[in-house]
Design a protein. Structure first.
Length: 380
């Protein structure tokens, strides 16, 4: 995959293919046009590295960046990124003035936040850019429908005074079913109508994340928020795989075999001896564990690509390591082991690991820990 000799490679390595990020976003941008694309780089770009991914996303044609916390957005500004950024999840005691100083738009989920952000704008001598969020069914953050008219009226009054700018209105689909999504879309339309009644004319309306952006054209509006799709994983839990969607995984997690041991029948492996050999076999030690984000719940089920074949975990995943059974195959210390990557290479996917751990691929890539070196393939 690289020209670096095995001895020079990091012991634990997540290879991030920025060409894959660019290609994925270009494909999605073509599909959703004329809607624009916000590349969501929260949580360190789902574990891929916020700054390099954000740069690749903007090179691909994304026009917005999205983060959860505005501290994440400030870090992007500190790296020299000048594109519009929206941050939408705030500490109840947040001090908003630093976000305004860095020209970061803020998602708003309550009248109290509207007032606090407007006050910060007055103190800073510049109106804050806000996106009003309506809760259309997730029951998380966002203004409850019963309070939507009140909040939009307040925002309109403050905008009229020059204390803030209502730059956007947005929500988030639950992706429960097409019928449920349609109900949420209708609720969003009602919210937009109420906002218009109060004189608000937002620059961008956005509802769709990757799932709806790819499958529901009516949910695209002016802007779509692309998170998992940018990283080459499917937003769906069915047969619509990343490959079928024309997406390529950006992260490959690999390491080197740290030890090889031949064992006899009855030999136990790892803590509690949850697995014992039923015949002579060879075990290979993989030096990644739950400290690195490998889910313990995948014990006995997760697989790695080693010497051209998929090898299953035996015994329990530990903090720093786990074992795989290679049978009678020849495996040596130092052999490359790939936990997940592009299935076209024969490796398991992050979604495969999600299935093995009763979770989703999103969690698998996002939880990869700081002990794992990120290596970036930048392409042309």
């Amino acid at each position: 995959m690289t020209d670096v000799s095995p001895a020079a490679r990091p012991f634990r390595e997540a290879i991030i293919d920025l060409d894959a990020v660019r290609d994925n976003l270009r494909s999605i941008i073509d599909r959703v046009a004329p809607a624009r694309v916000m590349a969501v780089v929260k949580a360190d770009a789902y574990g891929h590295g916020a700054v390099p991914v954000a740069r690749a996303a903007l090179e691909a044609g994304a026009t917005w960046l999205g983060t959860a916390d505005f501290d994440e957005a400030v870090a992007l500004r500190a790296a020299g990124l000048e594109a519009p950024i929206l941050a939408w999840l705030h500490d109840p005691e947040a001090v908003f003035r630093p976000a305004l100083a860095h020209d970061i738009d803020l998602g708003v989920s309550s009248a109290a936040q509207v007032r606090a952000i407007a006050a910060a704008g007055v103190a800073a001598g510049r109106p804050a850019g806000v996106h009003l969020k309506i809760d259309t069914g997730l029951s998380r953050n966002g203004v409850a429908p019963a309070h939507w008219a009140e909040v939009t009226a307040l925002a309109a009054a403050l905008e009229g005074r020059g204390d803030l700018r209502v730059r956007g209105v947005f929500s988030h689909l639950a992706n429960t079913s097409p019928d449920a999504d349609a109900d949420q879309l209708a609720e969003f339309e009602r919210a937009l109508a109420i906002a218009a009644e109060h004189g608000l004319a937002p620059e961008v309306r956005h509802l769709a994340s990757s799932a709806a952006a790819l499958s529901t054209p009516s949910a695209r509006y002016d802007l779509v928020r692309i998170g998992i799709g940018a990283y080459g994983l499917s937003p769906y839990g069915d047969d619509r795989t990343a490959a079928r969607l024309g997406l390529r995984p950006a992260m490959t997690l690999r390491t080197r075999v740290a030890a090889v041991r031949r064992v006899e029948p009855g030999t136990g492996a790892s803590y509690g001896h949850a697995w014992r050999a039923d015949q002579p076999t060879t075990l290979a030690l993989i030096p990644l564990g739950y400290a690195d984000g490998v889910p313990r719940h995948a014990s006995g089920r997760g697989e790695v690509l080693l010497r051209g074949a998929r090898r299953r975990i035996v015994g329990r995943v530990a903090m720093d390591q786990f074992l795989v059974d290679v049978g009678d195959d020849a495996v040596e210390v130092g052999d490359e082991a790939v936990l997940f990557g592009d299935p076209d290479t024969g490796a398991p996917s992050a979604d495969d690991w999600g299935e093995a751990a009763d979770t989703i691929g999103y969690e698998i890539v996002t939880r990869i820990g700081p002990r794992v070196t990120r290596t970036y393939l930048r392409g042309a």
